[in-house]
Ligand binder design. Sequence first.
Ligand SMILES: Cc1cc2nc3c(=O)[nH]c(=O)nc-3n(C[C@H](O)[C@H](O)[C@H](O)COP(=O)(O)OP(=O)(O)OC[C@H]3O[C@@H](n4cnc5c(N)ncnc54)[C@H](O)[C@@H]3O)c2cc1C
Length: 161
Amino acid sequence: MKEKYDVIVAGGGPAGVAAAVAASRSGCNTLLIEQEAYFGGMATLASVPAFGPFTNGEQDLIGGIGREILEELKKDGYKSPFYDRKPDRIEGIDWYPIDPEHLKRVMDDLVTDSGCDVLFHTIPIPSIFMRQCLMRAQKMRNYIKIPSTGTVNAMGFHIAV
Ligand SMILES: Cc1cc2nc3c(=O)[nH]c(=O)nc-3n(C[C@H](O)[C@H](O)[C@H](O)COP(=O)(O)OP(=O)(O)OC[C@H]3O[C@@H](n4cnc5c(N)ncnc54)[C@H](O)[C@@H]3O)c2cc1C
């Protein structure tokens, strides 16, 4: 943990992981906070069954960190029954089935390799988060104040301010 961060991202779903990894790779001191004990958001927390569509059947629609995650999943895919079959093709587009436990590990590695710091079981205090991050560590029931230059709200439908 650092005393101050350039960027604090709240929410470790696909959007938050991508934002934190991009910020960290760009040289920003970055902290990613997540209320659960793992990343993935709806894909791991709520068992959303598939990512997609990655193509329209003719050309790629999704690149960047989303594509990187997919390629990592496919690389290790033979260890998982989820990837034994080809992507589902619905109306000409491809959907990749998600193994939640596998996705957690891929996202863990991605975030850790980027150099980003992480706090699990932590939620921001909404009204203060966007100005200066003041966080509550749920399990320890204590308050941590961590200033940052910028904040990113990636908490899904959670209203932060
Ligand atoms: C029922 C359903 C089915 C879907 N099916 C598909 C599908 O088949 N394929 C597909 O590609 N997409 C599907 N989606 C859409 C997909 O789930 C979303 O587009 C995606 O999850 C959005 O990612 P996100 O990172 O913005 O938010 P989320 O995935 O919601 O992640 C938000 C993260 O923020 C964390 N968080 C929330 N509040 C706080 C807080 N106060 N403090 C700290 N952390 C917090 C959460 O724990 C979570 O990890 C589906 C969605 C739903 C609801």
